[in-house]
Structure formats: structure tokens, C-alpha cells
Design a protein around this ligand. Sequence first.
Ligand code: PAF
Length: 278
Amino acid sequence: MLIVRGGAGLLNARTRADKIALVPTMGNLHVGHLALVEAARAKSDDVWVSLFVNPLQFGQGEDFDTYPRTFDEDVAQLESAGATLLFAPSVAEMYPGGVESPTRVSLPPLASELCGRHRPGHFDGACTVVLKLFNLTGAAYACFGEKDYQQLTLVKRMVVDLNLGVEIVPVATTREHDGLAMSSRNAYLDSNARRKAPSLYAELAAIRRQLEAGRRDFAALEQAAMTSLEADGWVPDYVAIRGAELQSPDGLEEFRVLGAARLGATRLIDNVKTGLSP
Ligand code: PAF
């Protein structure tokens, strides 16, 4: 696996690659990321992974400084997963004009809802770096986990709205044996919080069962889950029932149920869809 630090090295590698399948990451890789690499391998022999903790998508007081950085372990995992190139730029390489006020994308109102209400500017920052990675790599495919379902939805919108011509490949959430969605932030949980953590998924799955049984009192279902999470020691940001494109659920028959909640200082997100998903 070739390790590239700058845009010039990428340009060089692009001349030798065919249709590139990109996996954008912030590193600290776990089994969920490896599922993204696997999905990329199914699309192309040129599997490029980016590893960049993107300051633009972290707000004031969030965990940019403490976000786990495990470069050597990440490289070893990617080597055995079959990635062909790792792009690991510095902040100065990605934001040569500084991170204070770079050119950035302006997303549709969905970016200010759900997680966006609680993390203002987060999706603009995430989609800006994704757009830069698309431009730098010239990727034909890009794999994104469904765990960050709002991010996935906004990236898809950006690709359509800005005619980016990248095929977005969604990859189902990888879960621990007890249902907890894999996330780099799970590492922040102490043993007590780790024991409680699967209940976020359990609450969303309970709503899914109710929807599948025909209930359509969305607000009551959302509120009951929030109350139950609170009783369990969580501080929920939201529980929301939406359509597959995160539109209002009114009149729909297929739903995506999303939640974000804090256990102590750790904020976790998760989502499930009605129908076939586990
Ligand atoms: O999902 C992530 O890890 C990040 O938001 C991404 C897509 C790599 C952009 O920094």
C-alpha cells in the first residue's frame, strides 16, 4: 500500500489508477471501516483510503484535539484489508489558507436539522472535506457508512446538486454483538457507559417494531424513546422518525429512525430502517 501525504503524490498515483474507489475516514479504524474497504474492493482494484481528522467539522469544545489518532495500527489494518493507497495529508496540506475561513460548501436546510441542530456547521465542514477528497482523488466511487445516515444523505445530495459524478456506495452499519453500532467514539465509554450504550439501538429498534406493526403516531413514539433514554441515564439530543431521504414521515410507509444521545461526555448516534435491516 502506497502512503501519500500530498496532492502532488496523488496526481502521480492517479495516472496509474483506473476507476478509484475511495473510503474517506478520520482514522482509528475498526471493523466498520474495514467493511467500507471491503465494499470498495467490490467496486474496484484501486482502493484508496483517506485518513484525515478534519478540523472543519468539529465545533468549539468538541473532541478534535483528543480524537483518537492511531496511524500505525490503521496502516497495518489497511494493508491486510487490501487497500492500495492511503492518503494521509496534514491540516496545512488540506487547508493551505488556514482553517478559519476557507471556501466551503453550503448545504440544503437538512444540514441544520437533527445532528446539525446540535453541531452547527458540522455537515458543511464534513461535506467540504469530502468534496476536496473527491477533487483530489478523482474517485469514481466513494463508500460511506449508514451509521452517519445524515452525512450519507447530504453527501448524496451534494453529488447530485454539484454534478460530481461520483457513485456513492452506502454500507450497512456494523454492530457489536450486543447491537452497539461500531464507532471510534465507543473508545471513550467507561465500563458502566459501555454496558448502557446498546440501549440507544434498542430504543430505535423498538420504534421500528412499532412502525412495522402499523403505528403512525410519530411524535409520541419519539417522545417515549427520549423519556426512556433519559430514565436510563442518557441525555438525548433527538429521536426522529423520517423518510429514507430524511424528509417528513407523513404519508410514507418506509422509515428511517434516527437518534443521538450523550452518555456522560460521549455523544453517540445510530439509526435503523424499517423493512429488512437487522
Ligand atoms: O465519517 C467520517 O469519518 C467523516 O465525516 C469523513 C466522511 C471522513 C469526513 O471527514
